[in-house]
Design a binder for this molecule. Structure first.
Ligand code: NAP
Length: 307
């Protein structure tokens, strides 16, 4: 069984940064990801708040990060972790392909899309229902579509959809957005219409989505809108199952609890990025990755000195 000092689960921006820092400390480091390097980060259409770049897409930045990290750590893509067992001096990780030993683990598993949980959502997933504007947006050029949500993701993706020529309308359950002001201003500048105080009750169609029933939460009125697509960006659910099985403490939202050093309650297990909640930004995940790798290295050195 191949042995590592540090195994990082998740190759998003945080995991890649942790790998960069861990490798540069001279630790033997492996990053495992069940998908491609970058994960959901690849789908970010544009960022205006990643230092050093006025505007950059996830798809452009991830390969640069990957190339830099690969000089310092191994990255295994398409290799999901199925279980982690604690043993005396570390952990055994069973993956979809192999088995590894790690002295320390950094959990950077991110989060998945939250669902609306309404009739039609699962049925039309991939047939008019989408959670990824970057992936599917072009399919809806010149078509009438809805974007559900009022956070940064919803507005960012609505602007992207408008840019690629979709007739997008935003639907939000309240009368004000949660998204940052610069995105709200951009939405206004683009003239993207908004339906306020409304939630989706049902998604209807035949082969593909044909309409959506909206309910106004103020006056309970209902309307059926003829649309060809519905994009959903209503937040996320932390991917903390593996961590919980390992005995790592989570809060009521299932986000992993860490201290300022990114240590969890389980010795030699650290967590970073969206799976820990907080300010879900690339720079934060990257910063946490650097912190976790630094303390993981220090903790390993302390253990060595004690032995
Ligand atoms: P979010 O900030 O949690 O916003 C989710 C939005 O969906 C909220 O407006 C919420 O409404 C709405 N919502 C939640 N459940 C709903 C439901 N069942 N039906 C209808 N609407 C529902 O999620 P996000 O926009 O995906 O962002 C996730 C994190 O990533 C945030 O921390 C965000 O700041 C960050 N992010 C940052 C950037 C950036 O910096 N440019 C870009 C993307 C994401 P309420 O407002 O009423 O709660």
């Amino acid at each position: 069984m191949e042995e590592y000092d540090i195994i990082i689960i998740g190759a998003g921006p945080g995991g890649l940064t942790a790998g960069l820092y861990a490798g540069r400390q001279g630790t033997k480091t492996l990053i495992l990801d069940k998908g491609l390097t970058g994960g959901a980060g690849l789908m970010v259409p544009s960022m205006e708040n990643y230092p050093g770049f006025d505007l950059i897409a996830g798809m452009s930045l991830i390969p640069k990060m990957k190339a830099q990290t690969e000089k310092n750590a191994e990255i295994h893509e398409m290799e999901g972790v199925e279980s982690i067992d604690r043993i005396d001096n570390g952990f055994i990780l069973k993956t979809t392909k192999d088995e590894y030993f790690a002295k320390s683990i950094i959990i950077a598993t991110g989060a998945t899309h939250r669902k609306l949980e309404v009739p039609g959502e699962d049925h039309y997933n991939g047939f008019g229902v989408s959670y990824c504007a970057t992936c599917d947006g072009l399919l809806y050029k010149d078509k009438d579509i809805l974007m559900i949500g009022g956070g940064n993701s919803a507005l960012q993706e609505a602007i992207f959809l408008n840019n690629v020529g979709c007739n997008v309308t935003v639907v939000h359950r309240r009368d004000e957005f949660r998204a940052e002001k610069y995105l709200q201003n951009k939405l206004k500048e683009k003239g993207i219409p908004v339906i306020w105080n409304s939630v989706v009750e049902e998604i209807k169609g035949s082969q593909m989505v044909e309409s959506v029933i909206l309910s106004n939460i103020k006056d309970n009125s209902k309307q059926e809108l003829k649309v060809q697509g519905i994009f959903i960006a209503i937040g996320d659910v932390p991917s903390s199952e593996l961590a919980k099985e390992l005995g790592v403490n989570v809060n009521k939202y299932n986000q992993i609890i860490t201290d300022k050093t990114q240590r969890t309650n389980v010795e030699n297990v650290y967590a970073i990025g969206d799976v820990t909640g907080g300010v879900k930004q690339w720079v934060v995940a990257c910063g946490e990755g650097a912190i976790a790798a630094t303390y993981a290295y220090q903790d390993l050195e302390q253990t060595k000195k004690r032995e």
